[in-house]
Design a protein around this ligand. Structure first.
Ligand code: ASP
Ligand code: MG
Length: 404
């Protein structure tokens, strides 16, 4: 049996005809080496954003079913064009939608979860020697509706297919060379990380590193499917994401993250009795607002403030819901701050080494940056600070933790 490789190409890798042809040449190169290949592609360039924008011109409240119907078309364009480009190179290739290859999902439009993958179709085509091209980001629900898997969902398609087909390799091609110690646009001294664990990558992605969709890493971790993130514009080897990494030097921290897409909401003077937080956060969740960090202090005055962060895109909805809930629980003012940023340090090394928090806070203090909220997990610490200090914070943390 030839080795099976799943290769995913992101939107920037197929942004125009020239790039599609380049992808085709790369895929054919692997085919010529004797691999069986399943290719997953995203929509061309910014197509998905453009489609969202188009819908926005018609209604501010589109039906989610129709949104999925609309957005899934982006990936259909890419698969067909890539198949044609491969045909041009004299190889057999066939494109499919998610539904056609049996990517079954639940009925949660715009953020569906994959429930099962049939993939018989793919196996059959591979047997015939064809390169199989699958539209990323989409599936089909049990009542035959097209669903999408959340923004960046082509990563998930690739990982899920690699798992279902028991692929030997899963490559994620993107427009950067791999995973960096921090965003190189902010810190030019950022280094590419050769190998990183699923847990670290998951943490980096959820704290704002935008290279991969967090859900796809969860699935890769669950099924122990190593991923290889690399650039479609070069031959460099990129970053491997896997279960365990042996590092020569005992680095305390693997990466520094930054997220500027959150907003902070503070509810003042919440009466200190059971049920207040429950009512507030239940209301938020019922309205589909997911909450990230939450901070509430002990009260010495029978009243306390609760602060939490939400995605900036959800801030206005969150404020509306919070106002209603606050009135019901007898809380005071509500403050919205959209000028915040979250900086984080991530590293499996902190499990066995104390002092990471102290060093992080000290670095921020040296730069006279005030910490507004703190959150920790066993391999990360993150702080909410004012946005204007974000880049400075990232650069000094990068330096002080010896990542440069
Ligand atoms: N085209 C979709 C998006 O932009 C899916 C993806 O790119 O992975 O979110
Ligand atoms: Mg995309």
């Amino acid at each position: 049996m030839p080795k099976l490789i799943v290769q995913k190409f992101g939107g920037s890798s197929v942004a125009n005809v020239e790039r599609i042809q380049k992808v085709a040449r790369r895929v054919v190169g692997y085919k010529n080496k004797g691999y069986n290949i399943v290719v997953v592609v995203s929509a061309l360039g910014d197509t998905t954003d453009e489609l969202i924008e188009l819908a926005g011109q018609i209604t501010s409240d589109p039906s989610e079913r129709e949104m999925d119907m609309l957005l899934s078309t982006g990936e259909q364009i890419s698969v067909a064009l890539l198949a044609m480009a491969i045909h041009k190179l004299g190889k057999e290739a066939i494109s499919f939608t998610g539904g056609q290859v049996g990517i079954m999902t639940d009925g949660n439009y715009t953020k569906a979860r994959i429930t099962r993958i049939e993939a018989d179709n793919i196996r059959e085509q591979l047997k015939k020697g064809r390169i199989v091209i699958v539209a990323g980001f989409q599936g089909v629900s049990s009542n035959q509706d097209i669903t999408t898997l959340g923004r960046g969902g082509s990563d998930l398609t690739a990982v899920a297919l690699a798992t279902a087909l028991q692929a030997n390799e899963c490559e994620i091609y993107t427009d950067v060379e791999g995973i960096y110690t921090t965003d190189p646009r902010i810190e030019p001294k950022a280094r590419m990380i050769k190998a990183i664990t699923f847990d670290e990558m998951l943490e980096m992605a959820s704290l704002g590193a935008q290279v991969m969709q967090p859900r796809s890493i969860e699935v890769a971790k669950k099924f122990n499917m190593p991923l290889h993130v690399r650039s479609s514009f070069s031959q460099k080897s990129g970053t491997v994401i896997l279960k365990e990494v042996t590092r020569m030097e005992d680095a305390l921290i693997t990466g520094i993250t930054l997220n500027r897409n959150e907003a902070k909401i503070t509810v003042c003077d919440v009466p200190d009795r059971p049920g207040g937080a429950a009512k507030l956060f239940k209301e938020l969740s019922l309205n589909g607002v997911s909450v990230d960090m939450i901070v509430q202090n002990v009260s010495h005055t029978r009243k306390t403030d609760i602060s939490f962060t939400v995605a900036k895109t959800n801030a206005h909805k969150a404020i509306k819901v919070t106002k209603k809930a606050a009135a019901r629980i007898g809380a005071g003012d509500i403050i919205l701050d959209e000028n915040i940023a979250r900086v984080g340090v991530v590293g499996i090394g902190m499990k066995s080494h104390p002092g990471v928090a102290a060093k992080m806070f000290d670095t921020l203090a040296q730069n006279r940056i005030n910490i507004e909220m703190i959150s920790t997990s066993d391999i990360s610490i993150s702080c909410i600070i004012q946005k204007k200090f974000a880049e400075k914070a990232v650069r000094s943390l990068h330096k002080n933790f010896g990542l440069g």
